[in-house]
Design a protein around this ligand. Structure first.
Ligand SMILES: C[S@@+](CC[C@H](N)C(=O)[O-])C[C@H]1O[C@@H](n2cnc3c(N)ncnc32)[C@H](O)[C@@H]1O
Length: 180
């Protein structure tokens, strides 16, 4: 129940903001649920993950769904700009692969480095949407460092945080829009 609100917020945001001509990046493809939604909404989706198992799962899900407007890249999201120079939006779902190895999780240093690179490249009307999980140790460190970084961005960005105001350890969603 508690994560459903966050997932639904992300789905509603993507359905309201991704247009059929857009190129979108799924920075953490995982089992492919977000990649599938994005491929249905956008013109083309690039999916990144550091685990072959994750990209295999994503590929199977999309192919079973008859989707072919995607490319999967076995590399860290730190290197997104080596593969894609122009995008409408980037989606992050941080943490570890559900039902996978919990030790292989997104890390604060790489996530903040990627955010620095992407925000430096963003043009007006580009967005990043990121779900942060603070219920495990590395996730809490990462969530706090991500918050510190986004608070440092200038006012050409509009940044929103969607969270439960009476829960300390549930996930929250950040939206970073380049509005100027
Ligand atoms: C919570 S899962 C993503 C779930 C996915 N969005 C879905 O819909 O199924 C997080 C994923 O991030 C991946 N990951 C961890 N570090 C990464 C990195 N530096 N670059 C890209 N992916 C990474 C993990 O391998 C894992 O599959």
């Amino acid at each position: 129940m508690k994560n459903r609100h966050m997932q639904q917020f992300v789905i509603d945001y993507l359905c309201g903001n991704v247009l059929e001509d857009d190129t979108i990046i799924d920075a953490t493809a995982g089992n492919g649920n977000d990649t599938l939604l994005l491929a249905r909404l956008a013109s083309f989706v690039f999916g990144f993950d550091i685990q072959k198992e994750a990209l295999d799962n994503t590929k199977s899900l999309l192919e079973e769904s008859g989707i072919d407007n995607f490319k999967l890249i076995l590399d860290s999201h730190e290197n997104i700009l080596n593969y894609v120079s122009s995008f409408k939006g980037v989606v992050f779902n941080l943490g570890y692969l559900p039902k996978g190895d919990k030790k292989i999780t997104t890390k604060s240093s790489t996530t903040v480095k990627t955010l620095k690179n992407l925000t430096a490249q963003m043009k007006k009307d580009n967005f990043i949407i990121m779900t942060c999980y603070r219920g495990h140790e590395e996730g809490l460190i990462e969530a706090n460092e991500v918050l510190d970084f986004v608070k440092s961005l200038d006012d050409s960005f509009t940044i929103l945080k969607y969270e439960h105001i009476n829960r300390q350890t549930t996930p929250f969603v950040l939206v970073i829009e380049k509005t100027k």
